[in-house]
Design a protein. Structure first.
Length: 195
């Protein structure tokens, strides 16, 4: 009995000295218990209809609130010869302006550098202003670039040029058209003329 009390006192002293280790261990224990509970079929008599899901899948469902069948896999596009983000965006969304969304979803440092065979995630976003008209996707609408752009929080000329033209290098044209002394300084609410 004295030996048990001595071990219990040692355990309590260890917990007092290193509470973070105790908390981490407790979290691991809770996850393990949840995994075991989720792995046990609810109806042990009828094991033929038990949906065989991994414990990890069940934990994901538990914490996300979504069932495995409700989780939508992202659309993947494989780059072909002659592709560029504007064309891919027009094919996927009917608007080349969504090229910026594709670039952002794939963390592309340079939207102009995509390679044949590269897999791109096509994010679920609202299509922007259409740049394709009619039933023929090759028939591109003329003058679809808006004449003005209102600056929002987080904007910079590079990003605006990417959103509007699908080419971030057009930032210089926007700067020149607006006689910006310092192209790095634009303000929220400022209305820029788009050339």
């Amino acid at each position: 009995m004295a030996d048990t009390n001595q071990k219990l006192n040692q355990l309590l002293n260890t917990i007092k000295q290193k509470p973070s280790n105790f908390i981490i261990g407790l979290i691991v224990l809770v996850i393990l218990v949840i995994s075991i509970i989720l792995a046990i079929p609810k109806n042990t008599q009828d094991t033929t209809n038990v949906n065989k899901k991994s414990a990890l899948t069940k934990i994901k469902e538990l914490f996300s609130g979504k069932k495995e069948e409700d989780i939508v896999e992202p659309n993947i596009y494989v780059v072909k010869e002659g592709d560029h983000l504007w064309k891919i965006s027009e094919d996927a969304y009917g608007s080349g302006y969504n090229a910026y969304d594709i670039s952002k979803a794939n963390n592309l440092n340079d939207a102009n550098l995509i390679e044949v065979g590269q897999e791109l995630i096509l994010p679920e976003v609202e299509p922007k202003e259409p740049t394709v008209i009619g039933d023929n996707p090759e028939e591109v609408a003329e003058n679809v670039v808006p004449s003005q752009y209102t600056v929002i929080a987080g904007d910079h000329l590079w990003g605006i040029a990417q959103k509007v033209y699908g080419n971030p290098y057009k930032w210089l044209d926007i700067s020149i058209a607006n006689n910006l002394i310092n192209p790095s300084v634009i303000e929220v609410g400022q209305v820029l003329t788009l050339p």
